[in-house]
Design a protein around this ligand. Sequence first.
Ligand SMILES: Nc1ncnc2c1ncn2[C@@H]1O[C@H](COP(=O)(O)OP(=O)(O)OP(=O)(O)O)[C@@H](O)[C@H]1O
Length: 272
Amino acid sequence: MTALQVTGLTVRHPGARDRPAAVDGVSLEVAAGTTLGLVGESGSGKSSLARAIVGLVPAHAGRVLVDGWEVRTRTVRDRRRLGRLVQVVLQDPDTALDPRMTARRTLIEAATAFRRVDRAARAGRVTELLGLVGLDPALADRLPRQLSGGQRQRVALARALAVEPGLLIADEITSALDASVQAGVLNTVRALQHRLGLSVLFIGHNLPAVCHVSDTVAVMRHGRIVETAPTATILRAPRHPYTRTLLASVPSLRAPSPRIAGQRARPPRPNA
Ligand SMILES: Nc1ncnc2c1ncn2[C@@H]1O[C@H](COP(=O)(O)OP(=O)(O)OP(=O)(O)O)[C@@H](O)[C@H]1O
């Protein structure tokens, strides 16, 4: 079963028609219950691809299937269906969260957007969601400005989970965080994926971070996927010169033990 299937997707941004396509005929798949990492340097087209998948920017060509359904965003009904199937968490939790809403209200609003949740069950659901992302339930009544950057990003993650989507798209979710906080959020994403059986498209420019949470990694450059392989293969035997360049710039990831073949990469050190 395929959670996400993208075929021949091309994105040309308005006002940039004379430049190469931001996304140029990209095809990729996220198998149900697995994480596909999408890695590439800034400007390679990762966010354009993510936005096109959920209809935030128009696709020039190509096809996107989520859980077998061809994504459309023409009607309110289409958009609701898409929102139930896919949730997106973005880089900057400061702009993603409503500054006037406590974590509790944010989570209740998301949990009840598509499903009925009895009033009596709501407090329990908030506690459960905060627990899932490793937050103390005592933080439920805080506003975003009363939380740290890492805590805000966890609330954004909990809000996405509140909808109970089959597919989560995480676009550079650790990039705005201090290095010391990044590893904790990455570990949370990996634990969630295992525990909830989520399908995840995890986007980032930091190869160790992407490898840490991903079963398979796709490497993107200049709008195209240059290599897709299981994470252990990307680390041990990358085929494309660009993948090798990315690896070479991360000394701690070179020549990993062959024992990790078929397994996930070792966790990055918290200060990596
Ligand atoms: N709204 C837009 N209008 C015009 N060009 C855009 C727009 N958004 C992105 N681009 C261009 O599309 C290309 C891909 O950008 P995109 O943001 O998708 O890359 P990225 O890999 O996500 O980069 P980053 O990691 O820095 O976010 C870049 O050349 C960028 O300048």
